[in-house]
Design a protein around this ligand. Structure first.
Ligand SMILES: [Zn+2]
Length: 359
């Protein structure tokens, strides 16, 4: 995930886990052995690409989502340009295709690298974009141990968890029965802002700048796997839409959704907000391992993934309460993107978002 605009960074926890280095070595061994198909040594069973409908729930299953997170964790690091990033992207595309979605790559150039957003498209009718980022942060610059700040972030929560929810949603969502088009979008180049001249949220910025139709809405999931889950309203999010989602969560009994605002984030929903598209960010920024080497798979849980995935699924089944009716007109008439996220633009944007969504 990107950065927040106010309040303190999450507290760094002194607890360290040396397991990440071992996992990195395991991942390297997998590459050295030349295997082209994703494998995992971290799970007893590999992710299920073709679930057996007779034994699996028709609803979002956190255990399956967790397998998708574990699968991604075999590749560390996964920042743009690395072998792991490429392999992880291929894994996402193959899972989407296997689960019955049209798997589309949206390439774009950034910092001399051909990055790619990965989109699973399906259905007809008004477009809803459901997104998460799949790239990881190349350096754990928030690690409490200075010696580890040059190591990559394993990114179990800040990366793999959101994609895990997307891929399990790909199994359970039936856009054709919902009478809508859904794009399950894995954003690239989100999470290396402030490092080596990189900015944040490049994939979502590119997509929002190159839309050919007006989405009805956009829903982002980021850092939602923490076993100690706390999901507060995010400040740049569309107010009625976030209320609608949080209300469904409450009715499902998920007390980790707290209908109070805590953080305001620069995240992949912001480029869509800037174009006037109703967008929300479901994010848990109270995560002590944010941008540290301890962001490992033992910190996330199937129950937390399920709380978010099941809520999004149920929100859609109920007709997406709180999301405004589809907008009509020419996409070109919508707000132009702000090219650079300097502080002044940032403050203006927040003020604008609050104004627009306060009715
Ligand atoms: Zn991050």
């Amino acid at each position: 995930m990107a950065r927040h605009s106010h309040e303190e960074s999450p507290p760094n926890n002194s607890q360290h886990h040396t397991i990440s280095r071992r996992r990195m070595l395991q991942a390297m061994m997998l590459f050295l052995s030349g295997c082209a198909v994703p494998q995992t040594q971290l799970a007893a069973t590999p992710p299920t690409a073709t679930p057996d409908a007779t034994v699996q729930s028709p609803h979002f299953d956190g255990a399956i989502a967790l397998q998708h997170a574990i699968a991604q964790m075999q590749w560390v690091p996964r920042h743009p340009g690395t072998e792991g990033w490429r392999a992880c992207g291929d894994y996402i595309l193959s899972q989407l295709a296997t689960l019955g979605w049209e798997a589309v790559e949206q390439p774009f150039e950034y910092q001399g690298i051909t990055c790619r957003n990965l989109i699973g498209k399906r259905g007809n009718g008004p477009l809803l974009i459901i997104g998460a980022h799949y790239d990881s942060r190349r350096r754990a610059d928030q690690d409490p141990d200075p010696a580890k700040r040059s190591e990559p972030v394993p990114a179990a929560n800040d990366g793999a968890s959101g994609i895990a929810v997307l891929l399990e949603l790909a199994r359970v969502l039936k856009p054709e029965e919902l009478n809508r088009t859904i794009w399950l979008t894995s954003f690239d180049a989100e999470d290396n802002g402030g490092l080596d001249g990189w900015d944040w949220i490049q994939g979502s910025t590119y997509m929002a700048a190159n839309l050919t139709q007006i989405p009805q809405g956009m829903l982002l999931v980021d850092m939602i796997g923490d076993a100690d889950q706390q999901l507060y309203y995010e400040g740049n999010s569309h107010h009625r839409m976030r209320e609608g989602v949080w209300k469904v969560a409450a009715e499902l009994g998920y007390s980790s959704f707290v209908p109070e605002q805590r953080y305001t984030m620069l995240d992949d929903h912001v480029p869509f907000v800037q174009r006037g598209i109703p967008a929300i960010d479901i994010i848990d920024f109270d995560y002590p391992y944010w941008h540290t080497t301890a962001d490992t798979v033992d910190k996330i849980s199937a129950a937390s993934l399920e709380a978010v995935g099941r809520t999004v699924e149920e929100w859609l089944l109920r007709g997406a309460p709180g999301m405004p009716a589809p907008q009509t007109g020419d996409i070109k008439q919508y707000l132009p993107l702000i090219a650079h996220h300097c502080g002044c633009h940032r403050r203006a944007l927040v003020a604008q978002a609050q104004l627009e969504h306060s009715q």
